[in-house]
Design a protein. Structure first.
Length: 131
């Protein structure tokens, strides 16, 4: 059995008050309709922080400052393996713009538990919802 290459991915948990920004994967993308933390793939030679800043600028037109690495998790989907690096972000400028056609909304951790989040992201919602 051939082992899948592990893809490095960054995700931003952008906080505004007690809510964070959730993005819904658009039609035509793998796992369309599922919700996730905004972010994307790390390019070869790119630092995690640089990848996070680039992805959030490209996808949402946001400029982030001082992201804090919170957790790294590995997950195996049927079609690929990922190592996800999640960052808490409380300092950013701009208002989110759906540059990739994705829906997004601000949700509390409790509200997020009612949304169909990606498998790899879902366990983090439980930790975010704890006081």
């Amino acid at each position: 059995m051939e082992e899948k290459a592990r893809i490095e991915v960054v995700g931003g948990i952008l906080w505004r008050g007690g809510s964070f920004l959730a993005a819904q994967r658009p039609e035509g993308h793998p796992q369309a309709g599922f919700w996730e933390f905004p972010g994307g793939k790390v390019e070869p030679g790119e630092s995690l922080e640089a990848a996070l800043a680039r992805e959030l600028a490209e996808e949402l037109s946001l400029s982030v400052r001082n992201p804090r690495l919170w957790r790294t998790v590995e997950h195996d989907y049927d079609f690929r393996s990922v190592r996800l690096h999640f960052f808490h972000i409380t300092e950013f400028s701009g208002e989110p713009v759906a540059n990739d056609g994705q829906a997004f909304r601000w949700v509390t951790p409790e509200e997020a538990l009612t949304l169909p989040f990606l498998e790899a992201d879902r366990p983090l919602l439980f930790d975010l919802s704890r006081p």
